[in-house]
Design a binder for this molecule. Sequence first.
Ligand code: F6R
Length: 385
Amino acid sequence: ELGEHRHYMHKEIFEQPQAVIDTLEGRITQEQVLVSSFGHQAETVFQKIERLHIIACGTSYHAGMVAKYWAEDIFRIPCQVEVASEFRYRNPVVENNTLFITISQSGETADTLAALQQIKAMRQSQSSEHAANETNVPELSGISTLTICNVAESSLTREADMVFLTHAGPEIGVASTKAFTTQLVALALLLTSIGKVKRTIPESRENLITNGLQKLPNLIQQALMHEQEIIDIAETFADKQHALFLGRGTMYPIAMEGALKLKEISYIHAEAYPAGELKHGPLALIDENMPVIAIAPLDDLLEKLKSNLQEVKARGGQMIVFEDERSDISSDSGFKVVKATTNVGRITAPITYNILLQLLSYHVALIKGTDVDQPRNLAKSVTVE
Ligand code: F6R
């Protein structure tokens, strides 16, 4: 079953171009998103909603965080994202006309499921309390739930009002890779559909996004071709115990995902920071034993990131930079630079850069000799809280 691959994780990383093709299949045309792929009631629901609230755990939560940046920046839709185990116990205020989105590979994550059930219970009880006119709790209206899930027959797909399936295929490695990538594709399709229905984006933007998504399998393929350079860089981690991941904008949640993957499968302690937060504390950690991994796409924040990286360099930190061919972070020998992508847009960039970080943690784990597919203490599906 593994074919030429040593581990399921490696196989699943290389399946990503196909997983994206399968997730897009039947959901877009050359120029447009098909809103109906979110269900027959999607158009009516999207028309009414005014905000999004995303709830998930782990890697799926990171997909939600990327979507928050997209939702507000590109589509002008207010969006909150929350870890399910926090949401369910903090007695949240729920506003009218909110679309609650749960994201899960397995569809069985206990906290995510409980959060969804809680939202449905609140919707139910507030409307009955209002009907009985016993309290002055305002009636909740316009609450809908949607789940993005990789398992068709699962607890989450049974509970949600609307279901959108990612077609990543079975994911066996405990560390999520292709499921994450397809969750991001699903979120891009969802936001574009909402933006289209609510007319917060022009048609030309919809065309650009669908074109970008169609190019994504190829962009991922190109990213995978950098594996040998990443194998060489992984050597840097042979004797390291810590690592810091930096990004700005959507690359901040991608840095979080990169850090989670490294922790999970190589047991190296890794943290992610938005690069602008460096001087508010983590800069104190920097020395030659702390590799710093930065993601540097060609965007409006590049100049700011460059100066953050110079600050790291000045403290003796070892820099590993994944950048656009035109980003030109540094030719300084203190920087290990992988010129990995070009022509990525705002939607395709985080998805493409993440592939490089997946390869990095995989190859670091190989050097460390850990059990890549079955990391200690972890389970693929977390059905207890
Ligand atoms: C990390 C990982 C976990 C899961 C999390 C949620 O690689 O796999 O963090 O993302 O346990 O699982 P799902 O998506 O099945 O709800």
